[in-house]
Design a protein around this ligand. Structure first.
Ligand code: IPM
Ligand code: MN
Length: 361
């Protein structure tokens, strides 16, 4: 019997609709192969929602997501809305969605796809064997602390409060230890404990939780050093856990290792089964509408959906293997194509992944 799953789909802005269309194409094939019925419910958020209804996260979008089994998101944002006040920025939709859905853990796996060793900005011998996952705290820290903008005797000032409660740290740290147990049992906790009080609390919580996981080797690394080590010896890392903003920055940095930010998927998990899946890249307004964006990150995000929301490791691996096979043959979009080589369009790449899945069957 087919399992029925409700998937809320938010194409969003810029290249969002183009890449999401390819991910849905792939999920349609997964339906046939693995016995699912996916009920895709399209909703708006971000800049397009601001344009249509004057609200980056309309009530209906939120309620549809809350009632869904999983959410698939393309990307939000663009220069058109850059001058808008904070409440009317497309990013507000994403932040509110994460917060409202309680998605505190953002998983960003980074591994090298065979055939792409030369596309990395780092030397092939440096990127060999890279297989790490950044676990980014997603609903706390400086992103969500109180914001102020005011006048004082010294002039105008602005502040963003970086605050963490120990329960917020503990749940993300625990999840990271669990993840490390299923991997190489090596956890790097990244902080700025030489300066920030919130980092000192972070470190003490890691030390406390570590006692429950004696098999896991733990190292603490300062964020500036980590930024360097990620490009110096990326293969050193297994699970990297860190707070919201450090994780935002480090995961973009880690993305170049694979050759293109267009390859990296993410999953945002909470306490329940409900989770959100999105590429780590943005809406790329400069190439939007041209049909040249790389849909891999979004397609690979659906693999994470199969794995984490539906507990279907086989379907997840099928998607991952299909993407790897197509890329491995050198059939790539323009971001990964060597100079002078004909590149695939976004839709052609999606078609190849589906064909690859069909052959496997
Ligand atoms: C990301 C993005 C978002 C973030 C932006 C769009 C708010 O950069 O998902 O990494 O900073 O979290
Ligand atoms: Mn980011």
């Amino acid at each position: 019997m087919n399992q029925v799953k409700k998937i809320a789909v938010i194409p969003g802005d810029g290249i969002g609709p183009e890449i999401v269309a390819e991910a849905v194409k792939v999920l349609r094939q997964i339906e046939k192969m693995f016995g699912y019925t996916f009920d895709f419910q399209y909703v708006i958020a971000g800049g397009s929602a601001i344009d249509q209804v004057g609200n980056p996260l309309p009530e209906e979008t939120l309620s549809t997501c809350l009632a869904a089994d999983a959410v698939l998101l393309g990307a939000v944002g663009g220069p058109k809305w850059d001058q808008n006040p904070p409440e009317l920025r497309p990013e507000k939709a994403l932040l509110a969605l994460r917060k409202e859905l309680g998605l505190y853990a953002n998983l960003r796996p980074v591994s090298l796809i065979e055939g792409l060793e030369k596309r990395s900005t780092l030397r092939p011998d440096v990127v060999e064997g890279v297989d790490l996952i950044v676990v980014r705290e997603l609903t706390g820290g400086i992103y969500f602390g109180e914001k102020q903008r005011n006048q004082s005797e010294q002039g105008e000032f602005a502040s963003d409060l970086l605050i963490y409660y120990d329960y917020e740290i503990e749940r993300i740290v625990r999840l990271s230890f669990e993840m490390a147990m299923k991997r190489r049992k090596f956890l790097t906790s990244v902080d700025k404990a030489n300066v920030l009080e919130s980092s000192r609390l972070w470190r003490s919580v890691v030390e406390r939780v570590a006692k429950d996981y004696p098999e896991v080797t733990v190292e603490h690394m300062l964020v500036d050093n980590c930024a360097m080590q990620i490009v110096r010896q990326p293969a050193h890392f297994d699970v990297v856990v860190t707070e919201n903003m450090f994780g935002d920055i480090l995961s973009d940095e880690a993305a170049v290792i694979t050759g293109s930010i267009g390859l990296l998927p993410s999953a945002s998990l909470g306490e329940g089964q409900m989770a959100l899946y999105e590429p780590i890249h943005g809406s790329a307004p400069d190439i939007a509408g041209k049909g040249i964006a790389n849909p891999s990150a979004t397609i690979l995000s659906t693999a994470m959906m199969m794995r984490y929301s539906f507990g279907d490791e086989k379907a997840a691996q099928a998607i991952e293997e299909a993407v790897k096979a197509v890329i491995g043959r050198g059939e790539v979009t323009v971001d990964l194509a060597p100079a002078g080589q004909q590149a695939l369009s976004t839709a052609e790449f999606g078609d190849r992944v589906v064909e690859q899945l069909v052959q496997r069957k």
